[in-house]
Ligand binder design. Structure first.
Ligand code: FEO
Length: 588
């Protein structure tokens, strides 16, 4: 459809920790407006989620006889958002909000729930059972509430009827969609979003949005592909024409195309060679976020994940889930919870030593079931965990998230090791593979680090490296999707490329080719110093460059990362870079 300019009212910008914040108001559909909180310079969500175009937190007002506010905003927008909300209510001749629909309780959307309740004491907070239970801990004042189930309808009057669709794990346990039959708007919170802040409130210009839409899917939705499929089935017959998501441009012009992409990406996962059950305790300590990170590590290696909440999972569902999984991750639940204890007992009887590989991890919630006891129970049942229990002794920092992600990848690789060997055997060298192997590369160590205490850093041996542009100077590096360093080489990240000399490459190469345990410091015993943007430079490299990732091209099993070269030094002008010669192209 032809793009059209959209009238949107922008607030004056304000600064928050040096970042520019604005609100924006635009008409969305009949009797519906959006209030978007524009966070222009936010540069990261989690370890793997670097943002290059900021993000937005989207909310909507639906004006029936009653007024419903769908979502609010991040707490950093408190004054600005509340001022804009009051202005819009007044402009529409309304004095307050009757319903606050909370689609899920992560703080980027629910950070102002308590403020809304304070401002409009009669507002009824609407959410699913899990959501309202979470809010009991988040809102420190009494509030009216309405628990809704999938299929329930809230009649606002003037034709606006909100029908609720439960979409758990997209990407939070309490996620719920709402469909307004009167306007055709489907409110989806995180689903179908992107971290992309732009003046246009809508998806008028798809090309610049698409890479962000895909990256967002990979980081947030991919670990829950099964739940994506379930949610897509639930909304299949709803006649929605607009999707009011929680982040980035709202979808008006490319709805079938963008929903279709979710369908294709989610269906691809159902062909995965194995499945891992990630069992966590929702809204308990850091269980949600740590389990999501571990799940992402699993999916990086092409293995499917199914997540289940130990505090609410039905015993039969848990038995079935464990039955179709070959890997199980158990995040320590609160030790004093009867629901969790019942789930643990079901789990222990469903696990089979001959079939399951297990990982146990702490949740850092203060009341964690002691992981040593969990491990002892597993060992007593004949199940030796794949690695030592993951322990979290302080509020998780980047290095802890790195440990969890890498453990997920290690688990997935352990589950598919036999199949990978069989695949390699099946792809015996042909003339084609021998011919391709004559294309030679150099030998390099790619290094990347985030700056600050507890930050993540990583390294890998690389030979698929090539210059790719003159102006600016640029190069490409192919990075296997299941490499640990891949999470630190997102668009906007910095990395170093260290050239190994042809006479002395073997020590560094051997060191970095080791199979490091998850979370291990790859730089222990290696001399290095930071480049201007923090990328480790190896003292024994004959030359290095520091680069910034500009874009990434996805292939079946690698990310081809294009980066601008920002800085560089030659340490040994008389030496030449080692050449990597191979016999066949089926292997590195
Ligand atoms: Fe955008 Fe799950 O918060």
């Amino acid at each position: 459809m032809e793009a059209a300019p959209h009238a949107a009212k922008m607030s004056e910008p304000v600064l928050w920790n040096g970042n520019r914040l604005q609100t924006q108001v635009a008409d969305l559909a009949k009797g519906t407006i959006t209030i978007r909180s524009l966070d222009w310079e936010r540069d990261r969500f989690d370890i793997e989620f670097s943002l290059v175009e900021g993000t937005t937190y989207n909310s909507c007002l639906v004006f029936g006889d009653k007024v419903a506010l769908v979502e609010s905003s991040h707490a950093k927008f408190r004054d600005l958002y509340l001022r804009t909300l009051r202005q819009e209510l007044a402009a529409h001749g309304r004095s307050g909000v009757d319903y606050l629909i909370v689609s899920h309780t992560e703080p980027d959307h629910s950070g102002l729930v308590e403020d809304i309740v304070e401002e409009f004491p009669d507002v009824v907070v609407v959410g699913c059972k899990v959501c309202i239970a979470f809010l009991e801990n988040l809102v420190h004042r009494p509030f009216k509430r309405q628990v809704v189930k999938g299929g329930d309808v809230l009649d606002l009057g003037k034709g606006h009827e909100l029908e609720f669709v439960l979409a758990p794990n997209l990407h939070w346990p309490d996620t719920m969609f709402s469909f307004d039959r009167g306007s055709g708007v489907l409110f989806t919170c995180d689903a179908f979003g992107s971290h992309y802040c732009s003046p246009d409130p809508f998806d008028s210009d798809l090309d610049p949005i698409l890479p962000h839409y895909q990256f967002y899917y990979q980081c947030l939705m991919h670990p829950n592909a099964k739940s994506v499929n379930t949610a897509l089935r639930k909304i299949k017959d709803l006649p929605y024409t607009t999707i009011a998501n929680g982040h980035g441009p709202l979808l008006r012009f490319n709805v079938p195309e963008l929903v279709g992409r979710y369908q294709a990406w989610a269906e691809a996962v159902s062909k995965a060679p194995a499945c891992v059950a990630v069992l966590y305790a929702s809204d308990y300590g850091y269980s949600d976020r740590l389990s999501q990170t571990l799940a992402r590590g699993v999916t990086k290696a092409g293995v499917e994940v199914e997540m289940a909440d130990l505090l609410s999972v039905d015993p039969q569902e848990l038995v079935e889930l464990v039955g179709r999984s070959s890997g199980v991750v158990l995040m320590a639940p609160p030790g004093d919870s009867a629901d969790a204890r019942a789930s643990l007992s079901t789990l222990l009887s469903a696990l089979k030593p001959a079939k399951h590989r297990v990982v146990v991890a702490e949740s850092f919630g203060g009341r964690d079931e002691p992981v040593d006891e969990l491990v002892r129970s597993l060992v007593a049942s004949g199940l030796e965990p794949l690695v030592e229990a993951l322990r979290v002794k302080a509020e998780p920092c980047e290095a802890v998230y790195q440990l969890f992600e890498e453990t997920g990848t290690d688990l997935a690789q352990a589950l598919t090791a036999k199949e990978q060997i069989a695949l390699k055997k099946a792809s015996m060298p042909s003339n084609v593979a021998k011919a391709l192997a004559r294309v030679s590369g150099g030998l390099y160590i790619v290094t990347a680090a985030h700056v600050g205490e507890g930050a993540a850093r990583s390294a890998m041996v690389a030979s698929w490296v090539a210059q790719a542009s003159f102006e600016p100077l640029g190069l490409t590096v192919a990075v296997a999707k299941d490499r640990a360093i891949e999470s630190l080489m997102q668009v906007g990240d910095y990395f170093g490329l260290n050239c190994l000399g042809e006479e002395e490459y073997s020590r560094l190469m051997k060191h970095f080719l080791q199979r490091f345990p998850a979370g291990a410091d790859r730089f222990e015993g290696v001399d290095w110093f930071p480049a201007p943007h923090g990328s480790p430079v190896l003292k024994d490299a004959i030359a290095h460059v520091e680069c910034r990732v500009v874009s990434r091209l996805e292939t079946s099993d690698h990310w081809v990362t294009y980066a601008e070269v920002l800085d560089g030094q030659v340490a040994a002008p008389e030496k030449r870079t080692a050449v990597h010669r191979r016999k066949v192209a089926n292997y590195y």
